[in-house]
Design a protein around this ligand. Structure first.
Ligand code: 5RP
Length: 271
């Protein structure tokens, strides 16, 4: 019997979670159900300036093939689920839409799919996750599960997220993406695989984003897989640099705010 977690799987995971144990992932996969959402109308324009500052890019195959140069060196976490749009009342009717073969052809470092625990299509998404893990482990490809809540943002508490993240890990996900919440430590403690947090809809201030990032890292998240709070900001490059400083350099909220201001005002910082 071959070991389940092969050298290849560990090597790919290492492209996403850096040697310091942390990860800054840039999420630009929103178009798969939101269409041309604000500031992601032209993905290439949004993504290109941010590429030097992200450890990996979470993206669909269509956006990757059309909006990122094939010579790019950024590791790709390929969103492989979909099947429903923002116009639908129930966003949970997702399933795998992109094959593992295509993920490998695109040189993905991992694949990502959503699960919708407690939603009408809970069963199909959980079984889908198990099947995706079966297939991906055959070829050494890590699977990131997203504990999606659709339009029910109020679900995001420690009890629900603790359940959903644990289910994802039990089905075999190698990384889980979830939301930050009060008592997040409890979610981390109940999940035996690394957690990254989404940013969610745009927060009111940059300070709020830095605080969210800081709290998540200090409560045990390995990093962020953040989208709108970076590229819907008027200064996305400054934003990702500041978030990166918290995740990788141990910056405080205040230091991140200083870094943001510095960069926003035109003084270039290093990566
Ligand atoms: C949708 C996703 C998005 O990538 C995710 O929500 C992250 O982006 P944001 O920080 O904008 O919430 O996985 O299910």
């Amino acid at each position: 019997m071959r070991p389940i977690v092969t050298w290849g799987l560990r090597n790919r995971l290492g492209r996403i979670i850096q040697p310091d144990g942390h990860a800054v992932m840039l999420a630009v996969d929103h178009g798969y159900f939101m269409g041309p959402t604000r500031n992601l109308e032209d993905p290439r324009k949004t993504i290109t300036p941010l590429l030097p500052y992200t450890d990996s890019l979470m993206i669909t195959r269509g956006a990757l093939r059309n909006c990122v140069d094939a010579t790019a060196t950024v590791p790709v976490v390929l969103r492989v689920s979909g099947g429903v749009s923002i116009l639908s009342e129930d966003l949970s009717k997702e399933q795998v839409t992109t094959s593992v073969r295509d993920a490998l052809r695109l040189n993905a470092s991992a694949v990502a799919m959503s699960i919708f625990v407690g939603s009408p299509h809970e069963h199909q998404t959980l079984v889908g996750l198990g099947e995706l893990v079966n297939e991906c482990e055959e070829v050494g490809l890590p699977v990131l599960a997203v504990t999606a809540v659709g339009k029910e943002l109020e679900k995001r508490d420690a009890r629900y997220l603790g359940l959903a993240t644990r289910l994802a890990a039990e089905m075999g996900a190698h990384i889980v993406k979830t939301y930050f919440c009060d008592n997040f430590r409890k979610v981390v403690d109940g999940c035996p695989v690394p957690l990254v947090i989404a940013g969610g809809p745009k927060l009111n201030t940059e300070q709020d984003v830095f605080q969210l990032t800081y709290d998540a890292i200090h409560d045990g998240a390995v990093g962020v897989d953040m989208g709108r709070n970076i590229w819907q900001n008027d200064h996305p490059v400054a934003m990702i640099q500041a978030v990166r400083a918290i995740v990788h350099d141990g910056a405080s909220v205040r230091e991140a705010a200083d870094r943001f201001k510095h960069r926003k005002d035109g003084k270039r910082g290093k990566k």
